[in-house]
Structure formats: C-alpha cells, structure tokens
Design a protein around this ligand. Structure first.
Ligand code: NAD
Length: 256
C-alpha cells in the first residue's frame, strides 16, 4: 500500500522537472494523477511514463495564470476522478537575470503573473473544491528565494516570497475545514530551470552543477526525485499535523 493509496492528486507544471517526478511519485504511492501543464508535449509524456509503470493518469492542459483554464482544470479533475485530495502547485518560471536597476516591468509582470497570481488562482480554486468534499492537502513550490534574497532575480524572489505568504494565509483560514497547506523551498535542483539560470549567469561557461554545487553545504545540487519524496509525504496522512509551514529542502543552503 502506498502512502497516498486511493487518493486523487493534481500536479501543475507536471510536464518536466520537479512536477514530472512528483506526478510519478504520487502514482507509485498509489494515487490517481492529473498531470497538468501549459506544454502538452511534456504533459502527455509524463502520462505515458506513468502508464508504462502501471499507474493511472490523465493530462489536462492549463495555463495556471488564466482563471478560465484553472476553473476548467479543477472541473476536469472532479469529472474524471470525483474528488481532489492532494495538490502540488508546482508550475513556475524563472524569468530573466539582471541587476535590480535594470530589471524590466515586462519581466517583473511575467514572473509575478505565473508564480504569484497563478498560485493565488490555483489555490483559490482548489480550496473552493476541497470545501465541498471535506478537505485535502496542498503543497506549493516556493524556493530558497522565498526565504532569502538572491542578487539578479528580484522578480523571482518577490514571487516566491508571495508563495510563502499565500501558503500561510490559506493554511490559517482553512485548517478547521480539514485543508492543510504547506510550501517547500528547494535549493538548486537538477532541472531545465536551473540550467537556464546557470546559462544566463555564466554565458554558458559553467554547468548548473559546477556553479551551484559548491554553494550547498552538502556539496551538490538536489534531484527532482528527492523533492518529490517530500511533496508526496506532505500530502499524505503521515503529515497530518503539518500545516502553514515553509519547509527548506536545500542541502543546508539557508542554514548558512
Ligand atoms: P521546469 O522549467 O523544469 O518545469 C516547469 C514546468 O512548469 C514546465 O513543464 C513548464 O511548461 C510549466 N509551466 C510554466 N509556466 C506554466 C504555466 N503558466 N502554466 C502551467 N504550467 C507552466 O522547472 P522546475 O525546476 O521543475 O521547477 C518547478 C518548480 O520548482 C517551479 O515553481 C520553480 O520555481 C521551483 N523551484 C525550482 C528550483 C530548481 O532549482 N530547479 C529551485 C527552487 C524552486
């Protein structure tokens, strides 16, 4: 028996990276999974991987920053699987690296639109649904940039601090309704996003491993599978007394 056996799990941004690893982990721990992403190619591939492992999953395309997409997504989950028990709000973008004084309004708006506004829209729709069905558990992807500042990525840092704030409010307001809401704050994780940040920082001279590993006390970056472990555990009944937390999973980064 898996730790989320019989539950329905929704993962946004599940067409790649941490989202894909999380969707697969939900499945191996017994959940029926709704894979959602703005990118249908990646999302459909995640579903294929879950089916190949013998799991149950469907793909629903959605841009998490569009209210109409988010509404249709939650309706689609309930139509297919009848309930929404577990959610990982994972979709996010990194934006462009620049010193604060050179950041553009366009980059600020683009990053906040997906990472903060999209998070608000998804959380609100998920809570509305969970209120009708007796509760559930939600994990939001923040970042260590939601706990501390990072030169060069001010919009991303602002958006991830917003994720941690939204998480606390949702947890406080709906704990008594049986809804737990937590966020996790990963350090450098081996995905396309980290490669993009390393590429922008070093003009392609250094890999994300070379740049980021020495900055972490464990001496390496993390894997999407390590992050998925924490997310699925937080959504399971084993984490029944955990809510409103912003939990680092960062190889010791923010302890420095
Ligand atoms: P990734 O770029 O590999 O995957 C992100 C996925 O989100 C992609 O499949 C993309 O298509 C999807 N997406 C982007 N915009 C979307 C939108 N508007 N609607 C729906 N889907 C959308 O990135 P990742 O590294 O797997 O990141 C996942 C989450 O983890 C993000 O929120 C990111 O900020 C966070 N995070 C990543 C790291 C890291 O080092 N990789 C560290 C801390 C936090």
């Amino acid at each position: 028996m898996g730790i989320v056996s019989g539950k329905t799990a929704l993962v946004t941004g599940a067409g790649a990276g941490i989202g894909r690893a999380t969707a697969r982990k939900f499945s191996t721990e017994g959940a029926k999974v709704v894979v959602s992403d703005i990118d249908s190619t990646g999302g459909i591939e995640t579903v294929r991987l879950i089916h190949a492992d013998g799991g149950k999953a469907i793909f629903i395309q959605a841009d998490c920053s569009k209210p109409e997409d988010v509404k249709a997504l939650i309706e689609g989950v309930v139509e297919e699987y009848e309930s929404l028990d577990c959610v990982c709000n994972n979709a996010g973008i990194e934006g462009k690296i620049a010193p604060f004084a050179e950041q553009t309004i366009e980059n600020y708006d683009a990053v906040m639109n997906v990472n903060a506004r999209g998070m608000f829209l998804c959380l609100r729709a998920e809570i509305r649904e969970m209120l009708t069905s007796g509760g559930g558990a939600i994990v939001n992807l923040a970042s260590i940039a939601g706990l501390i500042g990072f030169p060069g990525i001010a919009p991303y840092t602002a958006s991830k601090h917003a994720v941690n704030g939204l998480t606390k409010n949702a947890a406080l307001e709906y704990g008594k309704d049986g809804i737990r809401v937590n966020s996790i704050c990963p350090g450098g994780i081996d995905t396309r996003m980290l490669d993009s940040l390393a590429e922008q920082t070093s003009d392609g001279q250094q890999s994300s491993q070379q740049m980021m590993a020495p900055l972490h006390p464990l001496g390496r970056i993390g894997t999407p599978e390590e992050v998925a472990e924490l997310i699925v555990w937080l959504c399971s009944d084993r984490a029944a007394f955990v809510t409103g937390a912003n939990i680092p999973i960062d190889g010791g980064y923010v302890a420095q």
